[in-house]
Design a protein around this ligand. Structure first.
Ligand SMILES: *Cc1c(COP(=O)(O)O)cnc(C)c1O
Length: 375
Protein backbone atom coordinates (compact mmCIF):
# COMPACT_ATOMS: atom_id res chain seq x y z
CA UNK A 1 0.00 0.00 0.00
CA UNK A 2 1.22 3.52 -0.80
CA UNK A 3 1.26 5.31 2.57
CA UNK A 4 0.26 8.49 0.76
CA UNK A 5 -3.18 6.97 0.20
CA UNK A 6 -3.86 7.22 3.95
CA UNK A 7 -6.63 9.78 4.36
CA UNK A 8 -6.83 11.77 7.58
CA UNK A 9 -10.34 12.90 8.59
CA UNK A 10 -10.97 16.68 8.45
CA UNK A 11 -12.11 16.52 12.07
CA UNK A 12 -8.53 16.02 13.29
CA UNK A 13 -6.40 17.90 10.74
CA UNK A 14 -5.21 21.49 11.28
CA UNK A 15 -7.27 24.32 9.74
CA UNK A 16 -4.03 25.58 8.20
CA UNK A 17 -1.39 23.01 7.29
CA UNK A 18 1.70 25.22 7.03
CA UNK A 19 4.30 24.26 9.64
CA UNK A 20 7.48 25.18 7.74
CA UNK A 21 10.34 26.97 9.47
CA UNK A 22 10.78 29.57 6.73
CA UNK A 23 9.20 30.63 4.56
CA UNK A 24 6.44 30.08 7.06
CA UNK A 25 2.68 30.53 7.28
CA UNK A 26 1.45 33.88 5.95
CA UNK A 27 -1.83 35.05 7.52
CA UNK A 28 -4.80 35.88 5.29
CA UNK A 29 -4.80 39.40 6.74
CA UNK A 30 -1.37 39.99 5.25
CA UNK A 31 -2.66 39.09 1.80
CA UNK A 32 -5.60 41.48 2.36
CA UNK A 33 -3.00 44.16 3.17
CA UNK A 34 -1.31 43.52 -0.18
CA UNK A 35 -4.66 43.81 -1.97
CA UNK A 36 -5.37 47.06 -0.10
CA UNK A 37 -2.01 48.45 -1.27
CA UNK A 38 -2.62 47.35 -4.85
CA UNK A 39 -3.14 50.73 -6.49
CA UNK A 40 -1.76 53.16 -3.94
CA UNK A 41 1.60 51.64 -3.04
CA UNK A 42 2.54 48.64 -5.16
CA UNK A 43 4.14 49.81 -8.36
CA UNK A 44 5.16 53.17 -6.91
CA UNK A 45 8.58 54.69 -6.22
CA UNK A 46 10.48 53.64 -3.10
CA UNK A 47 11.86 57.20 -2.94
CA UNK A 48 8.39 58.73 -2.49
CA UNK A 49 6.25 59.19 0.66
CA UNK A 50 3.99 56.12 0.38
CA UNK A 51 6.83 53.57 0.51
CA UNK A 52 9.02 55.68 2.79
CA UNK A 53 6.13 55.91 5.28
CA UNK A 54 5.76 52.13 5.09
CA UNK A 55 9.47 51.64 5.86
CA UNK A 56 9.09 54.16 8.68
CA UNK A 57 6.14 52.22 10.03
CA UNK A 58 8.17 48.98 9.99
CA UNK A 59 11.06 50.70 11.79
CA UNK A 60 8.90 52.32 14.48
CA UNK A 61 6.75 49.19 14.86
CA UNK A 62 9.81 47.03 15.52
CA UNK A 63 11.13 49.64 17.97
CA UNK A 64 7.83 49.35 19.89
CA UNK A 65 7.64 45.57 19.64
CA UNK A 66 11.13 45.08 21.06
CA UNK A 67 10.87 47.97 23.52
CA UNK A 68 14.14 49.43 22.22
CA UNK A 69 15.70 52.14 24.41
CA UNK A 70 16.38 55.66 23.05
CA UNK A 71 19.31 55.78 20.67
CA UNK A 72 18.68 52.39 19.05
CA UNK A 73 17.93 52.26 15.31
CA UNK A 74 16.38 49.70 12.99
CA UNK A 75 18.68 49.35 9.98
CA UNK A 76 17.60 47.39 6.91
CA UNK A 77 18.80 46.31 3.49
CA UNK A 78 18.24 43.78 0.75
CA UNK A 79 19.54 40.23 0.80
CA UNK A 80 18.28 38.42 3.92
CA UNK A 81 20.24 37.14 6.91
CA UNK A 82 22.84 35.32 4.83
CA UNK A 83 23.78 38.61 3.18
CA UNK A 84 23.86 40.28 6.59
CA UNK A 85 26.72 37.94 7.57
CA UNK A 86 28.74 39.46 4.71
CA UNK A 87 27.54 42.95 5.67
CA UNK A 88 28.75 42.34 9.24
CA UNK A 89 32.04 40.93 8.01
CA UNK A 90 32.67 44.17 6.10
CA UNK A 91 31.12 46.70 8.46
CA UNK A 92 30.68 45.42 12.01
CA UNK A 93 33.68 43.25 12.97
CA UNK A 94 36.70 45.42 13.71
CA UNK A 95 39.44 42.76 13.78
CA UNK A 96 38.29 39.52 15.33
CA UNK A 97 34.99 37.82 16.16
CA UNK A 98 33.99 34.90 18.36
CA UNK A 99 31.26 32.55 17.14
CA UNK A 100 29.12 30.08 19.02
CA UNK A 101 28.53 27.30 16.51
CA UNK A 102 25.79 24.74 17.19
CA UNK A 103 24.19 24.05 13.84
CA UNK A 104 24.11 24.94 10.18
CA UNK A 105 23.16 28.61 10.43
CA UNK A 106 25.57 29.57 13.21
CA UNK A 107 28.40 27.86 11.30
CA UNK A 108 27.80 30.02 8.21
CA UNK A 109 28.64 33.36 9.84
CA UNK A 110 31.80 31.80 11.33
CA UNK A 111 32.71 30.66 7.81
CA UNK A 112 32.18 34.14 6.37
CA UNK A 113 34.46 35.69 9.01
CA UNK A 114 37.09 32.96 8.52
CA UNK A 115 37.43 33.63 4.81
CA UNK A 116 37.49 37.45 5.07
CA UNK A 117 41.06 38.53 4.24
CA UNK A 118 40.84 41.75 6.27
CA UNK A 119 39.98 39.98 9.56
CA UNK A 120 41.95 37.77 11.93
CA UNK A 121 40.76 34.18 12.08
CA UNK A 122 37.73 34.10 14.38
CA UNK A 123 37.48 32.13 17.60
CA UNK A 124 34.94 29.35 17.07
CA UNK A 125 33.37 27.63 20.08
CA UNK A 126 31.39 24.62 19.00
CA UNK A 127 29.01 22.24 20.73
CA UNK A 128 27.16 19.14 19.67
CA UNK A 129 23.91 19.73 17.80
CA UNK A 130 21.03 19.61 20.27
CA UNK A 131 22.94 21.82 22.70
CA UNK A 132 24.65 25.24 22.58
CA UNK A 133 28.06 26.47 23.75
CA UNK A 134 28.68 29.46 26.03
CA UNK A 135 30.58 32.61 25.04
CA UNK A 136 33.73 33.48 26.97
CA UNK A 137 35.49 36.87 27.03
CA UNK A 138 38.76 37.04 25.09
CA UNK A 139 41.06 40.06 24.91
CA UNK A 140 41.33 40.53 21.15
CA UNK A 141 37.68 39.72 20.27
CA UNK A 142 35.58 42.78 19.39
CA UNK A 143 32.33 41.04 18.35
CA UNK A 144 30.59 38.05 19.93
CA UNK A 145 28.30 36.25 17.45
CA UNK A 146 25.37 34.47 19.11
CA UNK A 147 22.31 32.78 17.63
CA UNK A 148 19.02 33.18 19.49
CA UNK A 149 17.41 30.17 17.86
CA UNK A 150 19.34 27.60 15.79
CA UNK A 151 16.66 26.75 13.25
CA UNK A 152 18.45 23.63 12.02
CA UNK A 153 18.28 21.93 15.42
CA UNK A 154 15.54 23.61 17.48
CA UNK A 155 17.95 24.85 20.17
CA UNK A 156 17.22 28.27 21.67
CA UNK A 157 19.62 30.15 23.91
CA UNK A 158 18.97 32.78 26.57
CA UNK A 159 20.74 35.96 25.48
CA UNK A 160 23.18 37.34 28.04
CA UNK A 161 26.11 39.66 27.47
CA UNK A 162 29.25 37.67 28.32
CA UNK A 163 30.97 39.14 31.38
CA UNK A 164 34.17 41.11 30.98
CA UNK A 165 33.89 41.96 27.28
CA UNK A 166 34.30 45.74 27.68
CA UNK A 167 33.23 47.67 24.58
CA UNK A 168 32.97 44.59 22.38
CA UNK A 169 29.67 44.08 20.61
CA UNK A 170 27.17 41.24 21.00
CA UNK A 171 25.59 40.45 17.61
CA UNK A 172 22.71 37.98 17.54
CA UNK A 173 21.32 36.05 14.60
CA UNK A 174 17.64 36.20 15.53
CA UNK A 175 16.27 35.19 12.14
CA UNK A 176 13.84 32.58 13.46
CA UNK A 177 13.56 34.01 17.00
CA UNK A 178 12.73 37.67 16.44
CA UNK A 179 9.07 38.22 17.30
CA UNK A 180 8.63 34.87 19.03
CA UNK A 181 11.27 34.61 21.76
CA UNK A 182 11.95 37.10 24.58
CA UNK A 183 15.18 39.15 24.80
CA UNK A 184 16.49 42.13 26.68
CA UNK A 185 18.15 44.91 24.65
CA UNK A 186 20.62 45.57 27.49
CA UNK A 187 22.22 42.18 26.74
CA UNK A 188 22.63 42.76 22.99
CA UNK A 189 24.03 45.31 20.51
CA UNK A 190 22.84 43.98 17.16
CA UNK A 191 19.71 41.82 16.85
CA UNK A 192 19.33 40.90 13.18
CA UNK A 193 16.81 38.83 11.25
CA UNK A 194 14.89 38.33 8.01
CA UNK A 195 11.08 38.55 7.81
CA UNK A 196 10.12 35.07 6.54
CA UNK A 197 9.89 33.37 9.96
CA UNK A 198 8.03 34.94 12.94
CA UNK A 199 7.15 37.91 10.73
CA UNK A 200 5.37 35.63 8.26
CA UNK A 201 6.52 37.67 5.28
CA UNK A 202 8.77 36.88 2.32
CA UNK A 203 12.55 36.51 2.40
CA UNK A 204 15.14 38.73 0.78
CA UNK A 205 15.35 41.53 3.35
CA UNK A 206 17.58 41.89 6.42
CA UNK A 207 16.71 44.02 9.44
CA UNK A 208 18.99 44.81 12.37
CA UNK A 209 18.13 46.49 15.66
CA UNK A 210 21.33 48.36 16.56
CA UNK A 211 22.39 49.81 19.93
CA UNK A 212 24.23 53.14 20.22
CA UNK A 213 27.51 51.19 20.62
CA UNK A 214 26.78 49.27 17.42
CA UNK A 215 25.96 52.50 15.57
CA UNK A 216 29.26 53.96 16.74
CA UNK A 217 31.11 50.90 15.43
CA UNK A 218 29.29 51.12 12.09
CA UNK A 219 30.22 54.78 11.71
CA UNK A 220 33.85 54.19 12.71
CA UNK A 221 34.37 51.43 10.14
CA UNK A 222 32.43 53.42 7.52
CA UNK A 223 34.85 56.31 8.03
CA UNK A 224 37.91 54.03 7.72
CA UNK A 225 39.72 53.14 4.50
CA UNK A 226 38.61 49.47 4.61
CA UNK A 227 37.28 48.52 1.18
CA UNK A 228 33.58 47.57 1.20
CA UNK A 229 31.32 46.77 -1.75
CA UNK A 230 28.61 49.45 -1.70
CA UNK A 231 25.75 46.95 -1.61
CA UNK A 232 27.25 45.41 1.56
CA UNK A 233 28.24 48.69 3.19
CA UNK A 234 26.58 49.01 6.58
CA UNK A 235 27.34 52.74 6.70
CA UNK A 236 25.40 53.26 3.47
CA UNK A 237 22.59 51.03 4.77
CA UNK A 238 22.42 53.07 7.98
CA UNK A 239 22.24 56.40 6.13
CA UNK A 240 19.44 55.09 3.93
CA UNK A 241 17.56 53.50 6.84
CA UNK A 242 17.54 56.76 8.80
CA UNK A 243 15.78 58.26 5.75
CA UNK A 244 13.32 55.29 5.68
CA UNK A 245 14.86 53.98 2.48
CA UNK A 246 17.06 51.14 1.30
CA UNK A 247 20.19 51.54 -0.81
CA UNK A 248 18.58 49.75 -3.74
CA UNK A 249 14.99 48.85 -4.58
CA UNK A 250 13.25 46.61 -2.01
CA UNK A 251 10.39 44.16 -2.68
CA UNK A 252 7.33 46.17 -1.71
CA UNK A 253 4.99 43.25 -0.98
CA UNK A 254 7.55 41.94 1.54
CA UNK A 255 7.40 45.25 3.38
CA UNK A 256 3.59 45.33 3.27
CA UNK A 257 3.34 41.82 4.74
CA UNK A 258 6.01 42.57 7.35
CA UNK A 259 4.30 45.77 8.46
CA UNK A 260 0.92 44.05 8.69
CA UNK A 261 2.42 41.29 10.84
CA UNK A 262 4.06 43.82 13.18
CA UNK A 263 0.70 45.65 13.56
CA UNK A 264 -1.03 42.31 14.25
CA UNK A 265 1.54 41.49 16.92
CA UNK A 266 1.24 44.93 18.56
CA UNK A 267 -2.58 44.96 18.40
CA UNK A 268 -2.74 41.60 20.15
CA UNK A 269 -0.52 42.62 23.04
CA UNK A 270 3.02 42.90 21.68
CA UNK A 271 6.01 40.65 22.12
CA UNK A 272 4.77 39.14 25.42
CA UNK A 273 1.63 37.95 23.65
CA UNK A 274 3.64 36.50 20.75
CA UNK A 275 6.01 34.73 23.14
CA UNK A 276 3.10 33.25 25.11
CA UNK A 277 1.39 32.05 21.94
CA UNK A 278 4.48 30.23 20.66
CA UNK A 279 5.12 28.90 24.19
CA UNK A 280 1.62 27.41 24.24
CA UNK A 281 2.25 25.62 20.94
CA UNK A 282 5.60 24.38 22.20
CA UNK A 283 4.18 23.04 25.47
CA UNK A 284 1.58 21.13 23.47
CA UNK A 285 4.17 19.66 21.10
CA UNK A 286 6.82 18.68 23.66
CA UNK A 287 4.30 17.28 26.18
CA UNK A 288 2.77 15.21 23.40
CA UNK A 289 6.17 13.88 22.27
CA UNK A 290 7.11 12.97 25.84
CA UNK A 291 3.88 11.01 26.24
CA UNK A 292 4.46 8.84 23.13
CA UNK A 293 6.96 5.98 23.41
CA UNK A 294 7.97 6.43 19.73
CA UNK A 295 8.62 10.18 19.93
CA UNK A 296 11.21 12.20 21.92
CA UNK A 297 12.13 15.89 21.94
CA UNK A 298 15.58 16.06 20.27
CA UNK A 299 16.85 18.74 22.65
CA UNK A 300 17.36 16.99 25.98
CA UNK A 301 17.56 20.10 28.19
CA UNK A 302 13.99 21.48 28.42
CA UNK A 303 15.40 24.99 29.01
CA UNK A 304 17.08 24.91 25.58
CA UNK A 305 14.04 23.58 23.69
CA UNK A 306 12.90 26.23 21.24
CA UNK A 307 9.37 27.60 21.51
CA UNK A 308 9.37 28.53 17.80
CA UNK A 309 11.02 25.51 16.13
CA UNK A 310 10.25 22.09 17.61
CA UNK A 311 12.40 19.08 16.74
CA UNK A 312 11.01 15.65 17.57
CA UNK A 313 13.00 12.45 17.09
CA UNK A 314 11.00 9.45 15.92
CA UNK A 315 11.77 5.83 16.84
CA UNK A 316 13.84 4.19 14.08
CA UNK A 317 11.08 1.59 13.57
CA UNK A 318 8.95 4.34 11.98
CA UNK A 319 10.21 6.47 9.09
CA UNK A 320 9.83 10.19 9.83
CA UNK A 321 10.07 10.76 6.07
CA UNK A 322 7.04 8.54 5.50
CA UNK A 323 5.12 10.40 8.21
CA UNK A 324 5.94 13.67 6.40
CA UNK A 325 4.87 12.17 3.05
CA UNK A 326 1.47 11.15 4.46
CA UNK A 327 1.01 14.51 6.16
CA UNK A 328 1.90 16.30 2.91
CA UNK A 329 -0.61 14.19 0.96
CA UNK A 330 -3.18 15.46 3.49
CA UNK A 331 -2.22 19.12 3.09
CA UNK A 332 0.03 19.30 6.17
CA UNK A 333 3.28 20.76 4.85
CA UNK A 334 6.99 21.11 5.63
CA UNK A 335 7.23 19.02 8.81
CA UNK A 336 10.53 17.54 7.56
CA UNK A 337 13.70 17.76 9.64
CA UNK A 338 16.65 19.84 8.49
CA UNK A 339 18.25 17.64 5.80
CA UNK A 340 21.87 18.01 6.81
CA UNK A 341 21.11 17.05 10.41
CA UNK A 342 20.49 13.52 9.13
CA UNK A 343 18.09 12.40 11.86
CA UNK A 344 14.82 10.45 11.83
CA UNK A 345 13.05 13.59 12.95
CA UNK A 346 10.12 15.95 12.48
CA UNK A 347 10.67 19.72 12.67
CA UNK A 348 7.66 21.92 13.37
CA UNK A 349 7.42 25.70 12.99
CA UNK A 350 5.49 27.25 15.91
CA UNK A 351 5.82 30.92 14.99
CA UNK A 352 3.22 33.35 16.38
CA UNK A 353 1.16 33.26 13.16
CA UNK A 354 0.62 29.54 13.65
CA UNK A 355 -2.49 28.82 15.70
CA UNK A 356 -1.71 26.77 18.84
CA UNK A 357 -4.93 24.82 18.11
CA UNK A 358 -3.38 23.79 14.78
CA UNK A 359 -0.27 22.50 16.54
CA UNK A 360 -2.54 20.40 18.75
CA UNK A 361 -4.41 19.15 15.66
CA UNK A 362 -1.05 18.31 14.11
CA UNK A 363 -0.21 16.02 17.04
CA UNK A 364 -3.55 14.20 16.57
CA UNK A 365 -2.78 13.90 12.86
CA UNK A 366 0.67 12.41 13.50
CA UNK A 367 -0.89 9.93 15.97
CA UNK A 368 -3.37 8.91 13.26
CA UNK A 369 -0.60 8.48 10.65
CA UNK A 370 1.53 6.35 12.97
CA UNK A 371 -1.48 4.23 13.87
CA UNK A 372 -2.42 3.78 10.19
CA UNK A 373 1.17 2.81 9.37
CA UNK A 374 0.65 -0.06 11.81
CA UNK A 375 3.25 0.76 14.39
C1 LIG B 1 16.55 31.07 8.06
C2 LIG B 1 17.77 31.45 8.82
C3 LIG B 1 18.86 32.08 8.21
C4 LIG B 1 18.92 32.35 6.73
O1 LIG B 1 18.07 33.38 6.39
P1 LIG B 1 18.06 33.91 4.87
O2 LIG B 1 17.17 35.09 4.95
O3 LIG B 1 17.54 32.79 4.03
O4 LIG B 1 19.44 34.25 4.51
C5 LIG B 1 19.92 32.45 9.00
N1 LIG B 1 19.95 32.19 10.32
C6 LIG B 1 18.93 31.57 10.94
C7 LIG B 1 19.00 31.30 12.41
C8 LIG B 1 17.81 31.18 10.21
O5 LIG B 1 16.79 30.56 10.82
Amino acid sequence: MDPRSIVLPDSITPADGRFGCGPSKVRAGQIDAIAAAATTLLGTSHRKPAVKNLVGSVRSGLTDLFGLPDGWEIVLGNGGSTVFWDVATFGLIERRSQHLVFGEFSSKFAEAATTAPHLMDPVVIESATGDHPEAAAEVDVDLYALTHNETSTGVAMTLTRPTGIGNSLVAVDATSAAGGLPWNPSEVDVYYFAPQKCFASDGGLWLAACSPAALERINTIAASDRWRPASLDLGIALTNSLANQTYNTPALTTLVMLDDQIRWMLDNGGLDWCVARSRQSADTLYNWAESRDWATPFVTDPAKRSAVVGTIDIDDAISAETICDVLRANGILDTDSYRKLGRNQLRIGMFPAIDPADVEALTHSIDAVVSALGS
